[in-house]
Design a protein around this ligand. Structure first.
Ligand SMILES: *Cc1c(COP(=O)(O)O)cnc(C)c1O
Length: 362
């Protein structure tokens, strides 16, 4: 039966709910819920037909511009089940803003921020029984926008869709925080200033897989990217921003257009500063990092991102040399950041920053 929610999102509930997965073996991005959100855009008419529909394959013209020129941008955020039964989102308005800044770069229309929030909340409500409740598990939300106009000339598309799908995901660290080995990539580059590095556009990730594959073949978990011009400065890791504790300071590369402005990154910087830890955003060269590792000043290294929250780095390869970071284990700052952020996200700790947003029952 079709219903309409308060903000005008039409809701068509599935008549054939899927069997739920084994909540203990969710892994990442493997299962999808019963519903999805879709809205259509046409030049001159704007966004219309915001709706929740049963999860199903899309029907698109093979000439749709998304297939030929990678006109796609996406977001990633999670819904967390608190022990008291509330469902929480973490700073979703930041994802709404970032989706729009990505969209503008790819010449796509922006989506109203309140509409984005309403879309995400309405989908989570429709699929509330898909929000997993085991420790560390969550419902990953993947909003994305595609250019749907059938046209082979390279120009702006006139039609688009915004879609949100949801996927219950397992605990990132089923056995507890686990340090990773990172390969500093010195051949391929991810982004340059003036390019698309600051956006979550699909093309960035298509171009990164070759380096990820190379790192894995060499026995590493992930790639650390250097700047695309001089290959001298640290940028970020795979789908994570990166931070280093050098002496008493935490240093992270400054955002300069080539680095993705992570929500976790900005949350970590705010947390550190609230604890009185000096957190600096600046350029950081591989040479400086190498020297800091050699002198013992490099006390911790970690990635930050929605999926892992905090990913401690135990070792880095620099120009064929494998450098262990401190004792190769989990640093005190990494641990405290992880515990605090996950505590806030799952509603176990107070939220003095107002970062969480409850998905109301309506
Ligand atoms: C998504 C992403 C991040 C992390 O962003 P969060 O908002 O913290 O999840 C960092 N780097 C890249 C390249 C990403 O795609």
């Amino acid at each position: 039966m079709d219903t309409m929610d308060a903000k005008g999102i039409k809701i068509e509930k599935t008549t054939r709910p899927k069997a739920k997965p084994d909540w203990r073996n969710l892994t990442f991005g493997h299962y999808y819920t019963d519903h999805m959100f879709v809205a259509d855009y046409a030049e001159g008419r704007g966004w219309r037909d915001a709706r929740i529909v049963p999860y199903a394959p899309l029907v698109l013209d093979p000439a749709a511009m998304v297939f030929h020129y990678a006109m796609e941008v996406f977001e990633g955020l999670k819904a967390y089940a608190a022990k008291d039964g509330r469902i929480l989102l973490f700073r979703p308005w930041e994802n709404a803003k970032r989706l729009n800044s990505s969209a503008i770069r790819i010449c796509m229309p922006t989506y109203p921020e309140e509409g984005f929030l309403e879309a995400v909340q309405t989908l989570v409500r429709a699929d509330a029984d898909w929000v997993p409740r085991l420790p560390g598990t969550s419902l990953y939300l993947r909003p994305f926008m595609i250019a749907t106009e059938p046209h082979l000339g390279v120009r702006r598309s006139n039609t688009f869709q915004l879609i949100v799908i949801a996927s219950p995901v397992g605990a990132y660290y089923p056995e507890g925080l686990d340090p990773v080995k990172i390969y500093i990539e010195d051949e391929y580059v991810r982004a340059v200033r003036g390019g698309t590095g600051f956006t979550k556009c699909g093309g960035n990730y298509a171009a990164s897989i070759i380096a990820q594959k190379k790192a894995e073949e060499l026995g590493f978990t992930q790639v650390l990217w250097l700047d695309g011009v001089e290959k001298k400065y640290i940028e970020e890791v795979g789908a994570m921003n990166v931070m280093f504790k050098i002496g008493d300071e935490v240093v992270t590369p400054e955002l300069g257009g080539s680095i993705l402005p992570g929500v976790t990154r900005s949350s970590v910087l705010e947390l550190l500063r609230s604890w009185g830890v000096k957190a600096v955003e600046r350029r950081l060269s591989v040479d400086e990092l190498h020297a800091a590792a050699k002198s013992g000043a490099l006390a911790e290294a970690f990635g930050t991102g929605t999926a892992a929250v905090i990913s401690p780095i135990g070792a880095l390869s620099i120009g064929g040399e494998l450098l262990q970071i401190a004792d190769g284990g989990i640093g005190a700052v990494s641990r405290k950041l992880y515990d605090t952020l996950t505590g806030i996200q799952w509603g176990d700790l107070a939220d003095p920053f107002g970062w969480t947003c409850e998905v109301g029952s309506k």
